[in-house]
Design a protein around this ligand. Structure first.
Ligand SMILES: [Zn+2]
Length: 334
């Protein structure tokens, strides 16, 4: 195990990548906060993705909320992780007499893994493929992800977190003003509560997933219009059941803010508002959990986050960590 701060929780992880599920859940409970204008649409969509849902858990009137689909959350984090694997020389690698070899040595073997990319070029051997899963690849079958999440929703209704912005596109050559285009943007300072639940990860795989979440800052419509999003980790939870849906998380925050007398129509929300209510909200959502739960917040959580940041700041340690992680993945036989 690479991180000392995860040692107290060792029994909640698997010692090695398992062949069959053992139901060890480790959930990363977080807030996604837009720090710039962003556009959340499915491919080709002009309008942002919205859904009409009950406002709170106790308040059942319907509101329209901004949606960030599952793929829009996980794909950028996978790309972040893969870029790091490439940067630290994990590719190319190959199996040689049951061990994993890298670089020049790997290229001498037959069928070295040269790269791994979404979605057509998944290698089926690297940590990303083994953690986040892959659809059927010829000769390899499919692998179910050991990470689960679902769409997350803004806490405030859509009309309060969105703005139409018109652009007058100037034609540089002719010095004329060209077409006026209008985009539907999510404004900065919008919070989307989310949980990423990992299942049966080793402690090192968990550190890798956490690192990807902390590292990833660009989400939304692909290309130049991706927005800056900051992920704030509120808690880590170890359990033997899934905790709650992202929609329930947004609804419970909505209830908490209204119970505290806030008027969300006139008042924007801050990170401090969320932090103030987070423990009570998570408590409410897990009170009736039909399983065991160990919640890590405060100092314990800070220790883990500090540990992950330190690992990712130390080039030598990170390089060893990523190679070890890859060696474990590449030598796994299903
Ligand atoms: Zn791969």
């Amino acid at each position: 195990m690479t991180l000392d701060s995860l040692k107290p929780y060792e029994r909640y992880f698997v010692p090695e990548i398992p062949r069959t599920p053992t139901g060890r859940y480790a959930s990363i409970i977080l807030l996604r906060e837009t720090k710039s204008y962003a556009i959340f649409t499915t491919e080709g969509g002009e309008q942002q993705d919205v859904e009409e849902v009950p406002a709170g858990l106790s308040r059942t009137e319907l509101v329209t909320r901004l949606v960030m689909f599952k793929r829009k959350q996980v794909a950028p984090e996978r790309r972040t992780g893969k870029a790091l694997l490439r940067q630290y020389g994990v590719f190319p690698f190959a199996l040689k007499d049951g061990r994993v070899v890298y670089g020049e040595e790997a290229l001498k073997e037959k069928n070295p893994v040269q790269d791994c990319y979404l979605t057509a070029g998944l290698c089926t051997r690297c940590p990303d493929c083994l953690i986040y899963g892959y659809a059927a690849v010829e000769g390899e079958g499919a692998r179910k992800a050991r990470l689960m999440t679902d769409s997350c929703f803004s806490v405030r209704p859509y009309e309060l977190v969105q703005r139409h912005i018109k652009f007058n596109v100037i034609d540089e050559a002719a010095y004329t003003s060209g077409t006026i285009t209008e985009y539907d943007y999510t404004i900065p300072g919008v919070f989307l509560p989310a949980v990423e639940t990992t299942v049966d990860l080793t402690a090192d795989e968990f550190a890798y997933v956490l690192g990807n979440i902390l590292h990833t800052t660009r989400y939304g419509k692909e290309g130049s219009r991706q927005g800056f999003v900051r992920n704030h980790i509120l808690a880590i939870a170890f359990s033997d059941v899934e905790l709650f849906a992202n929609l329930e998380f947004a609804q419970a925050f909505y209830d908490a803010f209204l119970d505290a007398g806030m008027d969300l129509a006139v008042q924007g929300l801050t990170l401090a508002d969320f932090r103030q209510h987070a423990d009570a909200v998570i408590g409410r959502l897990t009170d009736d959990l039909p399983g065991r739960l160990t919640l890590v917040t405060g100092e314990g959580l800070e220790k883990i986050l500090t540990d992950v940041r330190a690992l990712y700041r130390d080039e030598d340690r990170l390089s060893h960590f990523l190679r070890d992680l890859n060696t474990q993945a590449a030598t796994f036989s299903p």
